[in-house]
Design a protein around this ligand. Structure first.
Ligand code: SAM
Ligand code: SF4
Ligand code: F3S
Length: 473
């Protein structure tokens, strides 16, 4: 049996469970004179956002409807993250609150999925302290959501299904997009890098790349459905293609995707500096619809810390890549991730990080205080700074990032740029909010009918990290 037959059979199997759930929701609706509703809360990164869209698609196809607020839901799903300790704490906090909710509404079904469920000790803690949870599954079997939910409803018992490693990629199941005009598209799953602080490789498994033809087919269908922008998703898209026969590199895939007619914008994340090739920079420079934006996680500007982090590049390697990018793509915006307080890090290392931020002139950065993750190599390394020192270092890094970002945003003032209009402005109903290819936000006056289209906007002034502009039709 070849790989595709297995995939198709699993897809068909799941569609049978979607049919069974549809029968259940139909009977529920007749009995209660209302359709059962669901609410999904997503924690964590774009991978999880995309997984949640798939689970929402399964629930929609099974006849559930989306609830506007958690209080109106009959099925609550928390798709969890465990990258830092505070992500875990948020979920446990909310589970505590749901205990009281379930006491008043015993029919409520509480489901947990995602990265935190893959972590050692979490399931035992939930079984002991949160027995009101109905269904728990992990990152490798989200495609089985219909089957697992059906099993829970028909058995009346708590269902726990966690796999300790990945299996095949299952294609062609439903998904419900959050936005009509843009979408995440998984190109690969898992991570092989084992950065010493990071839990992701343990909870997401080894790298697996989707077949190029499946990715292209999905994006073509999305563009037919009105999608203008796709975000290609993977923990390290630059190592896309390993294990595929024939091998296809990420730059080759990107070039093929860029050739899809009517696809206006392509973004991708994340990129690991150790695998970023000249070919990728060339494809970015030569393809009009690949956005002039790169998110390239730095983590630290100190060679000593980068080595302890197992990142496989030096600060000079990183700066060389930035130079090449800026030479070939002069308008490129570069954003990054930085961790402060890694075990063994000193004030001098933080000085190096501050220095590289100034040299790289980032357009933005997510800065994190290091969070110890049990089971990772860094968890057993001794911490050298006090909490106060770490927070002072964090503030210094944050301030430097904000200063460079504010300076960078000034450089396009006065230019007219294409803007993908994403929403009404949250504060002013007469204004719209969108993004330029560099990903910077722009607010401007306009009619809501423009949401989802790309319009030309003159960037009149920069305010902090965003622009105020005028639409030039
Ligand atoms: N694969 C992506 C990459 O390498 O660019 C990163 C994915 S990770 C979900 C997002 C960011 O979380 C990382 O770039 C890192 O800065 C941060 N992170 C990961 N583990 C962390 C930890 N233990 N403590 C603090 N921040 C962490
Ligand atoms: Fe974590 Fe490193 Fe993999 Fe990114 S590349 S997910 S930081 S292990
Ligand atoms: Fe969190 Fe998992 Fe993403 S740990 S950051 S949701 S890959």
């Amino acid at each position: 049996m070849d790989k595709y037959e297995i995939q198709n059979n699993e897809t068909e199997r799941q569609l049978i469970f979607i049919d069974k759930l549809s029968q259940y929701t139909k009977e529920y609706t007749e009995k209660h004179s209302r359709t059962p509703a669901y609410f999904i809360q997503t924690f964590g990164c774009q991978m999880n956002e995309r997984d949640s869209e798939k689970m929402a698609g399964i629930l929609d196809r099974s006849g559930f409807k989306a609830a506007a607020v958690e209080e109106e839901a009959d099925v609550i799903l928390y798709n969890t993250c465990t990258v830092r300790d505070n992500a875990d704490r948020k979920v446990f906090g909310r589970l505590g609150v749901l205990k009281g909710v379930k006491d008043n509404n015993p029919g409520l079904l509480i489901c947990l999925s995602g990265c935190m469920m893959q972590e050692a000790g979490v399931i035992e803690k939930i079984k002991k302290s949160y027995p009101h949870v109905d269904l728990i599954f992990g990152t490798h079997n989200i495609y089985k959501f219909a089957e697992l939910l059906y099993d829970r409803i028909s058995s009346g018992e708590m269902i726990i299904d966690i796999w300790d490693h990945e299996k095949e990629i299952v294609e062609d199941l439903p998904s419900k997009r959050k936005f009509s005009f843009k979408s995440g598209v998984n190109i690969m799953f898992g991570c092989n890098n084992f950065c010493s602080y990071c839990i992701v490789p343990y909870v997401r498994g080894r790298e697996r790349s989707r077949e190029p033809k499946d990715i292209i087919k999905e994006i073509e269908a999305l563009t037919r459905d009105g999608v203008k922008e796709v975000m290609l998703l993977g923990q390290n898209v630059n190592s896309y293609g390993k294990g595929l026969e024939p091998f296809v590199s990420f730059p080759e895939l990107l070039k093929d995707i860029a050739a899809i007619s009517d696809l206006k914008r392509i973004r991708f994340m994340s990129s690991h500096p150790k695998d970023l090739s000249d070919d990728l920079i060339d494809v970015m420079a030569s393809s009009d619809n690949v956005c002039d934006h790169l998110h390239l996680a730095l983590q630290s500007g100190s060679d000593r810390v980068l080595q302890m982090m197992n990142r496989h590049y030096t600060r000079d390697d990183y700066l060389r890549i930035i130079d090449k990018l800026k030479n070939k793509i002069p308008d490129i915006a570069i954003t990054t991730d930085i961790i402060v307080g890694f075990p063994g890090e000193t004030e001098k290392d933080i000085d190096d990080t501050v220095d590289i931020i100034k040299k790289a002139e980032f357009d933005g950065a997510f800065t994190f205080v290091y969070s110890k993750r049990t089971g990772t190599p860094a968890a057993s390394m001794p911490v050298s700074m006090t909490d106060e020192e770490i927070h002072a270092g964090f503030d210094r890094v944050l301030k430097t990032v904000q200063d460079t970002a504010k300076k960078q945003v000034q450089r396009f003032v006065g230019r007219t740029m294409p803007v993908l209009v994403e929403s009404r402005n949250e504060k002013d109903d007469t204004m719209l909010t969108g993004r330029i290819p560099q990903n910077t936000v722009v607010h401007f006056k306009g009619d809501p009918s423009l949401i989802g289209s790309i319009v030309n906007v003159r960037l009149d002034e920069a305010q902090g990290f965003y622009y105020l502009g005028t639409c030039i039709l």
